[in-house]
Design a protein around this ligand. Structure first.
Ligand code: FES
Length: 162
């Protein structure tokens, strides 16, 4: 069940596409070259040490298969948005109207939180850039693509699972 409370629990950043959804949306990680004003749940500017697991967003609901992650209108066509899926930072993109893809936002280089940046996904730590439609590396130092997460569109809802 989606309500305003659930929406505000999600950490979202909308960039590019048809416009910027403002208001209740907060930053997921910080942008390149600056600190975010929003209360970050993770420190995206510092990679975790090798002995620590990657940072995870606190709070947020668990998204079991079939749970709503976002509405279709929250994901800009040609753009991307940061969300939490199962309490972990993730990214949704809508390369074409009605087709939504999702990726882990944990950078494959050293585990920073990658930010939505329109049709690209950008890591603030060392500058890796990923394709928002495929998760493939466009610019290193990351070598591996962002892991994909299965999502599907059900009417106006983007839900978890295949
Ligand atoms: Fe993302 Fe290094 S952790 S580029």
């Amino acid at each position: 069940m989606a309500d305003a409370t659930e929406l505000t629990r999600r950490t979202m950043l909308v960039v590019g596409g048809t416009g910027v959804a403002a208001g209740a949306l907060t930053l997921a990680g910080c942008g390149p070259g600056g600190e975010a004003d929003a209360p970050a749940t993770t420190d995206a500017s510092t990679p975790p040490s090798a002995s620590e697991p990657p940072p995870s967003a606190e709070g947020g609901g668990s998204a079991a298969a079939g749970d709503e992650i976002a509405t279709l209108s929250e994901v800009p066509v040609g753009g991307s948005v940061g969300v939490d899926i199962d309490g972990e930072p993730a990214l949704l993109a809508q390369p074409e109207a009605g087709r939504v893809v999702a990726f882990s936002a944990i950078c494959t280089h050293q585990g920073c939180v990658v930010a939505a940046a329109g049709d690209r996904l950008e890591c603030p730590c060392h500058g890796s850039v990923f394709d928002a439609a495929t998760g493939e590396v466009l610019q290193g130092p990351a070598i591996d693509p962002l892991p994909s997460i299965e999502v599907r569109v059900e009417g106006e809802r983007v839900v978890s699972g295949a």
